[in-house]
Design a protein around this ligand. Structure first.
Ligand SMILES: Cc1ncc(COP(=O)(O)O)c(C=O)c1O
Length: 398
């Protein structure tokens, strides 16, 4: 350091990013690691999708700056997809293409919240909503997601905080718990938002990773677009997280705030990726179906083995995450964070990487999250290693 601290003071308000800590753990790990840490899809993208991207590379326009809100052709494909999937009509000027939904969520918070504004953030939750709220100087309020409420926010609690909120960040199907919100739940939250005048950002990036009935969109609630926007991503649906493409639709005022931040920060997703995303949304229903089947088989194989360990898990109805409650005896035995302790021991003893529940918030303590990002065979090996280690550890042999 040459004198002044190079770090902005606001960086002191957030912890190191959870998944960068997991990356560090991974790089120090022994050989033979089974990595179930980050929600980073491993399924190869469909060959037809790769072909669409290759063709898009040859277009001259795709090597120039993209437009800020995204190509009209892609935005039109998004509106059509919304209609087919949710029976919701979206106008072209109510859509923005994003460099992944993470970017959009972060910039929405910066575009809408000032210091002093209060943002409701789910706990446990994807860390971006909480950390960006802190970075932009607004004040987060924890919205607990507890097992006794099926990992959904308690509506009475929401009613109590509603008058103070500027923005409520929701994420269903939920990372990390796998919980799915019903249309009735969304209806209640939209009613509250309209009554108390707050906004809603619903992160629906796992809408296509389901094993039961398809999860709804908050925009299916009449008048939701008066207060809500919804994020989607192609990262999970089409296994292309590296391409960085997502979208946000809904309330025009919120979108315009987000776009103003984007205009001063980035230049939109790469044109070639937008064209390939257009192709995926228009022709990709069967790719998404194939992906669901793969995750379902992985989910079932892993949960069956895990339930034999005393680490009790309910197979999630959506997402590719297994949210496992740690055994009581482990929680009683460990000093400090039970979930971090478990993840460290799991890495050392089993060469399996998982994400500690506490990394998703205080209400995540006592759980670990396994991402189903390895083939069934490797998942079964991971669960068996875990079973052997836990049996020995429970008997006090380790
Ligand atoms: C809840 C949630 N929202 C957003 C994202 C980011 O997705 P994208 O690749 O579209 O930025 C993730 C990624 O894991 C996520 O779990």
């Amino acid at each position: 350091m040459i004198g002044k601290d190079p770090l902005a003071r606001r960086l002191g308000t957030i912890p190191p990013y959870l998944f960068s800590r997991l990356d560090e753990m991974k790089s120090n790990a022994r050989q033979g690691l089974i990595d179930l840490g980050e929600g980073n899809p491993d399924i190869p993208p469909a060959p037809k999708l790769l072909r669409a991207l290759r063709q898009a590379l040859l277009k001259k326009e795709n090597h120039r700056y993209p437009t800020y809100a995204g190509k009209e052709s892609l935005r039109l494909a998004i509106t059509r997809w919304y209609w087919r999937r949710f029976r919701v009509k979206i106008s072209l000027d109510s859509v923005i293409a994003l460099i992944g939904s993470k970017e959009g969520l972060a910039h929405l918070i910066w575009g809408t919240c000032d210091s002093g504004d209060i943002v409701g953030v789910c706990d446990p939750g994807y860390p971006v909503a909480l950390n960006q709220t802190r970075l932009c100087g607004a004040t987060p309020i924890t919205v607990p997601l507890e097992e006794k409420n099926n990992f959904l926010p308690d509506l009475d609690f929401l009613k109590r905080i509603a008058p103070r909120l500027k923005l409520l960040c929701l994420n269903f199907p939920n990372n990390p718990t796998g919980a799915v919100a019903s249309l009735d739940f969304y209806q209640e939250v939209v009613q509250l938002a309209l009554k108390y005048g707050f906004y809603i950002a619903n992160d629906n990036v796992y809408s296509e990773i389901y094993f039961d009935s398809p999860p709804p969109s908050i925009l299916q609630v009449p008048d939701a677009d008066a207060c809500a926007v919804e994020f989607h991503s192609l990262s999970k649906t089409f296994s292309i997280p590296g391409w960085r493409i997502g979208m946000v639709v809904g309330n025009k005022n919120l979108l315009s705030a987000l776009l103003r931040i984007k205009q001063n920060t980035d230049s939109g997703p790469w044109g070639a990726v937008q064209d390939a995303a257009h192709f995926a949304l228009q022709n990709g229903a069967q790719f998404a179906e194939k992906t669901r089947k793969i995750y379902q088989a992985r989910r079932d194989a892993f949960c069956q083995e895990l339930n034999l360990t005393g680490c009790l898990v309910t197979p999630p109805a959506a997402t590719f995450y297994i949210w496992a409650k740690l055994p009581e005896w482990w929680q009683e035995r460990v000093n400090g964070s039970a979930s971090y302790g478990f993840v460290i021991a799991l890495l050392e003893k089993c060469r399996v990487l998982a994400a500690p529940g506490l990394g998703f918030g205080r209400y995540g303590e006592g759980y670990v999250r396994f991402a189903l990002i390895a083939e069934e065979r490797r998942l079964a090996i991971a669960a068996r290693r875990l079973k052997r280690w836990l049996n020995n550890a429970r008997a006090g042999k380790l």
